[in-house]
Design a protein. Structure first.
Length: 440
């Protein structure tokens, strides 16, 4: 640690990553009190805390947070843009906004200190899996209000990697940049990584043979373990799941360590709870529920008990990497990603899990829900290689996909096999996996 500090890597403190739970919770408690105190300068929180008779000085333990009121996306939309600011606007140096995947996007403000804290969090994620100043880091996430661009950019610069702000899109150039600059590490959305596979093939470039890529960070979208493996195999890299949301800065909230066994959350900066998405009680450890965050150390906009609508479960056992910060499962989806069809609840990731197990299936799929003659129909469009689209091979593959989906979903969807590149993916922005055209 001393050696790293002397080299000026202020974000990396091994002692913080492995802080005993008791000390970690004491640190959280101290920061929670400070957070509540500063949140009281926001009319919205002042009113809520007064109603709940909460005095920051009297918060005795982290568990006390369960009595705090929630903050929701609706609150953020209602108070858009400046209603949740805890500092004068002149102290803010940047604003970001969520992508607006589930409705109008929300604005999140940062002071300079907030930007520094955020950059450190991202830097810790990068450094923790071996990114160093000798690396060449290509950031293939969109720059702008989306946090994946600037969030990763500043984190990579903090590690002192040479950072290429290539952004998403412009795909042939993207590949060429990778070859020309000898990119070793990249950040990319999983659907774009899949899209780029075809661009690589069309250009006759094999990332394993013709690039120096060794690590990819996959973020901003749900993706299955099998999709990760396919990306790792094609690019010849270690791919790490990186999760975050704009309301909690963006990337840098939760990340995989080198063991790739669940995602750690930086608990010195966040208190995380997992609650029943339909209620407000915690779910038993190991059960899937809604992630609720309280941000510690945030100056501009300290959100408390923010209901993220993202679904995951806690992993109880401590990680073998030695970090004491808690772990969560892969994000299963968002509360409102859930499809209710023929009385069963289905998440797109369940469909992806099944499809990616089938070797002949390519990586892109689309679920279409329609009403026909008063009946709800679900069709799963699946891209497969041309050679599997004809004759007996096609019938056998089709039957296998239908059976596998039925076994997982407990209902039988229709399946349509389509040639590669039939389902539109722009490569820019989050992939749309479900189109719901049902009348109700
Ligand atoms: P929006 O909520 O409008 O998409 P953001 O750009 O802030 O706005 O995206 C954050 C959301 O993206 C998260 O709340 C989560 O639903 C999803 N997300 C981000 N990273 C991941 C990941 N690694 N796995 C699954 N979902 C992710
Ligand atoms: Zn770990």
């Amino acid at each position: 640690m001393e050696e790293n500090k002397s080299r000026g890597l202020s974000f990396w403190e091994e002692a913080l990553e492995t802080l005993p739970r008791h000390d970690l919770e004491s640190l959280q408690l101290k920061r929670l009190r400070e957070t509540v105190r500063s949140a009281l300068s926001v009319a919205f929180y002042k009113e809520k805390f007064n109603c709940a008779a909460i005095d920051p000085a009297k918060i005795a333990s982290i568990d006390g947070i369960r009595h705090f009121p929630f903050t929701t996306k609706e609150d953020m939309r209602r108070l858009f843009p400046y209603g949740l600011l805890a500092v004068p606007l002149k102290d803010c140096v940047r604003v970001h906004a969520s992508s607006g995947t589930t409705g109008s996007s929300v604005a999140v403000f940062h002071t300079q200190k907030d930007i520094d804290t955020w950059s450190n969090l991202v830097a810790r994620c990068l450094y923790g899996v071996g990114v160093r100043e000798s690396d060449i880091f290509q950031n293939m996430a969109g720059y702008g209000l989306f946090t994946g661009g600037l969030g990763f950019h500043y984190g990579a610069q903090e590690v002192r990697a040479l950072t290429i702000p290539s952004s998403a899109g412009n795909s042939k150039r993207q590949v060429q940049l990778m070859v020309d600059f000898g990119t070793t590490v990249g950040h990319i959305m999983p659907s774009y990584a899949i899209y780029l596979m075809k661009v690589f093939k069309d250009m006759g470039i094999d990332p394993k043979r013709d690039t120096k890529l060794r690590i990819l960070f996959l973020g901003a979208e749900p993706h299955s373990e099998k999709t990760r493996k396919r990306i790792e195999t094609f690019y010849g890299v270690d791919a790490y799941n990186s999760y975050g949301l704009s309301e909690m800065n963006g990337p840098g909230v939760s990340f995989e360590c080198h063991l790739k066994d669940g995602l750690h959350i930086w608990e010195d900066n966040y208190i995380v709870e997992i609650i029943d998405p339909e209620g407000d009680e915690p779910v038993p450890v190991g059960e899937v529920g809604e992630l609720v965050y309280t941000m510690l150390q945030k100056e501009a906009m300290p959100l408390i008990r923010y209901r993220s609508q993202d679904l995951a479960s806690f992993i109880q056992e401590p990680c073998k990497c030695g970090r004491t910060h808690c772990r969560i499962s892969r994000i299963q989806g968002r509360v409102d990603d859930m499809i209710t069809w023929k009385g069963v609840n289905i998440f797109p990731l369940q469909i992806e899990n099944v499809l990616m197990e089938i070797r002949e299936v390519q990586e892109t799929y689309l679920v279409v829900l329609e009403t026909e003659n008063d009946e709800d129909r679900m069709t799963v469009q699946v891209e497969v290689e041309e050679s599997f689209l004809k004759g007996g091979k096609s019938d056998e593959l089709h039957a296998r996909i239908v059976n596998s989906l039925q076994a997982e979903l407990l209902a039988k969807p229709e399946v349509r096999l389509v040639p590669p590149c039939t389902i539109p993916i722009s490569g820019v922005g989050k992939a749309k996996r479900v189109i719901d055209k049902r009348s109700s």
